[in-house]
Design a protein around this ligand. Sequence first.
Ligand SMILES: [Zn+2]
Length: 66
Amino acid sequence: MPEHYTRATESATRHCNRCGRPTQHAVSAGRIGRCLECGPPPGQLSKKQQCDRQRREREARNPKLF
Ligand SMILES: [Zn+2]
């Protein structure tokens, strides 16, 4: 079956140079866009960054009592 993209398609598998393997890529109006597995989109914190932030906020609320 030939592979083609419609406007309804939201992602497609393509080889990503950064990931070094086939990954899901965003598709917008039939055009292949950004790799979805190359980390969070701009402006969105990664899981580790979220953990670090939560830990810092918790420590700020509860000063260490040694
Ligand atoms: Zn990638």
